[in-house]
Design a binder for this molecule. Structure first.
Ligand code: ZN
Length: 242
């Protein structure tokens, strides 16, 4: 079964459209979404609508919970909070209700994968998975072969070998080895932060997983953000992928 994992779209329709076009060429059978459909970007409804109709699994991210009013916006920095409050005012109530109802973690026994926005350890605490020591802890909190996370917007593949060694895979691609388990950060469709401004997502099957990058028209999104007076630093960072 060939699947795709998307994360952190952040209401960037131009990026999501490019990813969906790329996906269509790959004979993907299922699409899983790791959360943060909204926040930062100018097209919350269009992105939620497309993801709802496309994705077999839709877990909630911290921005989805904030923008839908399920949690407060106090934990966000000033620019993120401005975007969350703008989203609250502009998103259709029906999409807000949908986001409020999304779970934080889903386990798919049939594909042997776990899906969560933050981390399998305390998903409600929105921890970032940035170091191998964080990965070590989290391998103890899921029991499938693969666990996909988002939230940091930084794509990465970590393998835990049968001997217990942790390897950060430079290629951001893994041929699945029997006995190994994997933690995969799917990166971000709508606001990458690893210095590569192209949209990122993951394709996988029973044999391998791979982070894919797709160029998109960044200026289209930036123009819409300016029209809505969204914070300038959020607009500029899209061009740098930071
Ligand atoms: Zn995010």
């Amino acid at each position: 079964m060939r699947y795709a994992v998307l994360s952190d779209v952040h209401a960037n329709l131009s990026a999501l459209t490019a990813v969906l076009k790329d996906l269509a060429k790959r004979r993907i059978e299922k699409v899983f979404f790791l959360g943060d459909a909204v926040g930062y970007g100018p097209d919350p409804d269009e992105c939620v609508d497309r993801l709802r109709s496309l994705c077999t699994v839709f877990v909630a991210g911290n921005h989805d919970r904030g923008a839908s009013g399920r949690t407060g916006s106090g934990s966000f920095n000033a620019n993120a909070r401005t975007a969350i409050e703008w989203t609250r005012k502009h998103m259709r109530p029906e999409n807000g209700a949908f986001l409020r109802g999304c779970p934080l973690l889903v386990t798919r026994k049939e594909e042997g994968i776990t899906l969560v926005h933050g981390t399998p350890f305390e998903p409600e605490a929105w921890h970032y998975l940035l170091r191998l020591t964080d990965a070590e802890l989290n391998f103890g909190y899921f029991d499938t072969i693969l666990c996909f996370v988002g939230h940091s917007h930084w794509p990465a593949v970590v393998e835990k070998t049968p001997e217990g060694t942790l390897l950060l895979l430079e290629e951001r691609r893994a041929v699945l080895r029997s006995g190994s388990r994997y933690l995969v950060n799917a990166g971000s469709v709508g606001q990458p932060r690893d210095g590569d401004p192209r949209a990122g997502y993951v394709v996988g099957d029973g044999d391998q997983v791979e982070v894919v990058r797709v160029g998109y028209d960044i200026e289209v999104t930036q123009r819409k953000m300016r029209q809505h007076s969204l914070p300038e630093p959020l607009i500029e960072r899209l061009a740098y992928g930071m």
